[in-house]
Design a protein around this ligand. Structure first.
Ligand code: SF4
Ligand code: SF4
Length: 166
């Protein structure tokens, strides 16, 4: 059969001679490769003590932003959910009541807001779609978890602390 690429290497099926049966040349060759790598710069880092610098365009864990007065910016318009190719975002809208003007910037707000991090592909479309500058992708990544439910990030996990209370 004709090979599709020129990367095919024919297998040498000759019976091993006496020296080859001792495997010593092969072992020495392997040890030589190992020693050569000892003096090379390590390709790995001692994570988590050491971390690699992020790319300037890295997109990590989301945050829900507040305005300068500490009010929630999200108005539950749903544009981020519509833009999300992974259908990872769900939310429930609620109407702001009189007296809640200091909590929510708009007349409508997200009573609940969830992102399923197991679906998210960190594309950043939600951030681009948001007309209220309410959602951002940060330079942090979602921590590992043994529980699938732990990857459903709710509003409490996503909303940044109120700068006025800090
Ligand atoms: S980053 Fe992309 S995949 Fe993740 S929630 Fe936003 S739009 Fe969806
Ligand atoms: S995060 Fe932005 S786009 Fe998404 S519902 Fe809130 S205001 Fe709309």
């Amino acid at each position: 059969m004709q090979a599709l690429t020129d990367r095919v290497k024919p297998v040498d099926r000759r019976p091993l001679n006496f020296v080859e049966k001792l495997y010593i040349p092969a072992i020495l060759k392997g040890m030589g490769i190992t020693f050569k790598h000892i003096f090379k710069k390590k390709a790995t880092v001692n994570y988590p003590e050491e971390t690699r610098p992020f790319s300037p365009v890295f997109r990590g864990l989301h945050i829900l932003n507040r305005d300068e007065e500490g009010r929630e910016r999200c108005t539950a318009c749903g544009l981020c959910a519509v833009a999300c190719p992974a259908e990872a975002i769900t939310m429930e809208a609620a109407e702001r009541k009189p007296g809640e003007e200091k909590l929510y910037r708009e007349e409508k707000y997200a009573a609940s807001y969830e992102i399923n991090m197991l679906r998210c592909i960190f594309c950043g479309f939600c951030e681009e779609a948001c007309p209220k500058d309410a959602i951002y992708l940060t330079e942090t990544f979602a921590p590992s978890n043994y529980d699938r439910k732990g990857f459903i990030y709710g509003k409490d996990d996503l909303l940044i602390p109120d700068p006025k209370k800090k």
